[in-house]
Design a protein around this ligand. Structure first.
Ligand code: CP
Length: 330
C-alpha cells in the first residue's frame, strides 16, 4: 500500500490487517514511554485546507510515537495565501524530503490528485463529501473493542448523510466487515441516489433504535440551515436527536458513537454524550493507534518491519528497531 485514499480501495482483509496492527500500537500507547523507533528517518507533514482538531492532532501524535520527523505546515500562514497553487505547494513540500503527506481538503479527489504528483505516500484525512478513511478505521476498531467484531451487527448511521464523508467511509468499512447498515435521516439529508449503497433507509429513528447494536450520530451542520434542508434545529432534534428518552429504546449493550465535533443538544443530548455507552472519547483515543498503524504500513522500511515478525508480545522488537524506546516501558 503506497497511499490510503479511501476505504473503497481496501478489502475486508486489508481492513482486518490494519485493525490487527492497531492492536499492537494500542499496546505501545499504553506504555509509560509510548514511543517506538519504527519510522526513524522518515518525515511526515500535513496539508490541511480545512479545520481539524482530532484528525490533525492524532496524526501528529501518531507520527511522533513512531519517531518520524514531522514538518508543521499551516495553510493559513503559508504561501497558499499569496496564491501559490496546490501543485506548487505539494512539489515544494516534497522537494524538502517528505515521505508522507496527510491531506484534508474541501474538494473530493484532491488527495488522489496529489498522489499522482508525488513519489511519496498520501493519506486522505477527509476530502469534501467523499471519504475519511482513518475515521472509518478507528470507528471499526472501537466497535470491535466494545462489541467483539462487526460481523452480523446492525448499525444505524443517523443525520446528514448527504454531506458526510464519514458516512461514506463508514458504510463501506462496516459492510465489508459484515455489518448491516441502516441510514436514518430526513429525505433532504440523504444523497439524491443511493444506488449501489449496500444499506437500508429509514426516516423513523424511534422504530430503528430497538434493533441496533450501534447508533452512529453525524454532526448536523448548522451552516446548512441556510439551505433549508431541515425546518429548524429544534425540529431536527425532536425527530432525529439522541435524547435520554431515545437511549431507553436501545438494547442494553448498544453503543452510541459520534465522529466529533459534537453539537451537544442538537444531534446528541449533552448528558447522553457522557453515558458509559457513549464511546466518543474511545474513538478519539483509538484514532492515534489506528493512524500509527496506517503510517507504519505506508512508511516502515524493511528494517522497521521487524515489528511484523516480532509478534504482539514483542512489539518491543529487536534492539535496533525499538530497543532504546523500551527503556522504562511498563
Ligand atoms: N472527526 C473528525 O474528523 O474531526 P476533526 O474535524 O476535528 O478532525
Amino acid at each position: 500500500m503506497q497511499h490510503l485514499l479511501g476505504i473503497e480501495q481496501l478489502t475486508a482483509g486489508d481492513i482486518e490487517h490494519l485493525l490487527s496492527q492497531t492492536d499492537r500500537f494500542v499496546e505501545v500507547s499504553r506504555r509509560r514511554m509510548p514511543k517506538v523507533p519504527a519510522l526513524q528517518g522518515r518525515t511526515v507533514t500535513w496539508l490541511f485546507y480545512e479545520d481539524s482538531t482530532r484528525t490533525r492532532l492524532s496524526f501528529e501524535q501518531a507520527a511522533k510515537r513512531l519517531s518520524a520527523d514531522t514538518l508543521s505546515f499551516a495553510v493559513s500562514s503559508s504561501s497558499v495565501r499569496k496564491g501559490e497553487s496546490l501543485r506548487d505547494t505539494v512539489q515544494t513540500i516534497e522537494a524538502m524530503g517528505v515521505d508522507a503527506i496527510v491531506v484534508r481538503h474541501s474538494s473530493a479527489g484532491v488527495p488522489a490528485q496529489i498522489a499522482r504528483w508525488v513519489s511519496g505516500s498520501v493519506v486522505n484525512a477527509g476530502d469534501g463529501w467523499h471519504e475519511h478513511p482513518t475515521q472509518a478505521l478507528l470507528d471499526c476498531y472501537t466497535i470491535r473493542e466494545r462489541l467483539g467484531g462487526l460481523d452480523g451487527l446492525h448499525i444505524a448511521i443517523v443525520g446528514d448523510i448527504k454531506h458526510s464523508r464519514v458516512a461514506r467511509s463508514d458504510v463501506l468499512a462496516f459492510t465489508r466487515l459484515g455489518a448491516e447498515v441502516t441510514l436514518v435521516a430526513p429525505p433532504t439529508l440523504l444523497p439524491p441516489s443511493l444506488a449501489g449503497w449496500p444499506v437500508r433507509v429509514s426516516h423513523d429513528l424511534d422504530a430503528v433504535l430497538p434493533t441496533v447494536d450501534v447508533v452512529y450520530l453525524l454532526r448536523i451542520q448548522a451552516e446548512r440551515m441556510t439551505e433549508a434542508l431541515v425546518p429548524s434545529l429544534r425540529e431536527y432534534t425532536a425527530r432525529y436527536g439522541m435524547t435520554r428518552r431515545r437511549v431507553d429504546l436501545l438494547a442494553d449493550k448498544a453503543i452510541v458513537m459520534h465522529p466529533g465535533p459534537m453539537n451537544r443538544g442538537v444531534e446528541i443530548a449533552a448528558d447522553v454524550a457522557e453515558l458509559p455507552r457513549a464511546v466518543v472519547v474511545d474513538q478519539v483515543r483509538n484514532g492515534v493507534a489506528v493512524r500509527m498503524a496506517v503510517l507504519y504500513e505506508l512508511l516502515a522500511q524493511p528494517a522497521g518491519r521487524e515489528l511484523d515478525r516480532a509478534g504482539t508480545d514483542e512489539v518491543a522488537g529487536p534492539p535496533d528497531v525499538v530497543g532504546a524506546a523500551q527503556e522504562g516501558a511498563e
